[in-house]
Ligand binder design. Structure first.
Ligand code: ADP
Ligand code: MG
Length: 256
């Protein structure tokens, strides 16, 4: 049996404006993403990464081309059905976390389930399970202000995953984090990916992209490079980082 790709894009174009002011944000993108892939999207500013993510996330429609999500053509779908697709089949992670500030971690993670009309008891159980998966079960009652940046992003990851989406989209998820915290977040994303989540992550840092199993490079609205490779292990890199922090002298010895 051949499994259907989660994403299938054919000839996707997106133009903004018209006449002299027309901007070709995407100029014909063909792309298939299979279940279980962890894809990094790189490329200079203005190359079309966010436009591509907005289309993948059903937040925007292409000007031309065909998008099959899980085999379903989303071009002809009404606005209302698109938001249902977003809610049930897609998870979003943002650079600035987008958590409700005076709300507990648990309630933030529960929110998509509230919108989906899941009964309270089941909501709690599923939100707790999602917090568990990102290693934050002991922070369930903390508000966002009481959490570090990395913890906030892990709450946001739990929220993106609580519906068990088919595809998780992250636009610069480590953009607001220091290098070590970025590593923690990438380790969390790799764990979820090994559990079967399909991920697309925009980043302009090759230090982040090296944890993906496939790297796309956009340029001028096209995908110019598409490489699969063995990802580096973020948890292993994090362990080394811990050692170095505990004993910087030892690290110096190794270098000299
Ligand atoms: P990236 O995320 O790689 O920086 P974007 O997808 O945001 O690139 O943008 C691609 C191109 O489309 C850029 O030239 C940008 O200025 C243009 N663009 C993006 N959004 C809009 C918009 N809403 N209206 C007009 N032009 C836009
Ligand atoms: Mg962008």
């Amino acid at each position: 049996m051949v499994t259907e790709p989660v994403v299938s894009l054919a000839g996707i174009a997106r133009t903004y404006g018209r006449g002299d002011n027309v901007v070709h944000a995407l100029r014909g993108v063909d792309l298939e993403i299979a279940e279980g892939e962890m894809v990094a999207v790189m490329g200079p500013s203005g190359s079309g990464k966010s436009t591509l993510m907005n289309i993948l996330g059903c937040l925007d429609r292409p000007s031309a081309g065909r998008y099959l999500l899980d085999g379903q053509d989303v071009a002809g779908v009404s606005k209302r059905d698109l938001s249902a697709i977003r809610l049930r089949r897609l998870g979003f992670i943002f650079q600035s976390f987008h958590l409700l500030p005076r709300t507990s971690a648990l309630e933030n993670v529960e929110l998509p389930l509230v919108y989906a009309g899941v009964p309270k008891q089941e909501r709690r159980a599923r939100a707790m399970a999602a917090l568990n998966r990102v290693g934050l079960e002991d922070r369930q009652h903390h508000t966002s202000a009481e959490l570090s940046g990395g913890q906030q992003q892990r709450v946001a990851i739990a929220r993106a995953l609580v519906q068990r989406p088919r595809l998780v989209l992250a636009d610069e998820p480590t953009g607001n984090l220091d290098s070590r915290t970025s590593l923690e977040v990438m380790a969390t994303l790799q764990t979820l990916n090994r559990d079967g989540a399909t991920l697309v992550i925009v980043t302009h840092e090759s230090d982040i992209a090296k944890y993906a199993s496939r790297v796309l490079v956009c340029r001028d609205g096209r995908i110019r490079k598409d490489e699969r490779r063995t990802p580096q292990d973020a948890a292993a890199d994090l362990a080394v980082w811990h050692d170095e922090e505990q004993d910087p002298a030892e690290e110096e010895e190794r270098i000299t």
